[in-house]
Design a protein around this ligand. Sequence first.
Ligand code: ZN
Length: 82
Amino acid sequence: MKVKCPTCRKEGEWFEGAFGPFCSHRCRLIDLGQWLEENNRISGPLTLDHLEDLENTPLDPSRPPESPEGGGGGGLLSISSG
Ligand SMILES: [Zn+2]
């Protein structure tokens, strides 16, 4: 079923995508930013800087936040058997 992206009005089968009714991750963030703006009363319009900041923020609770130390070692599900 084709729907229109709420953000950019582009038509496509977005509902079957990973971003819900939005055509892309960015469009979803833009929509999110709009209600964030209403809630937090951000002074000034939403800019790309806001989006990049949002993209770094883990929105999905299922996705664990990246540790600031980095490194990248070991699995996420480490079961210690003893
Ligand atoms: Zn869109």
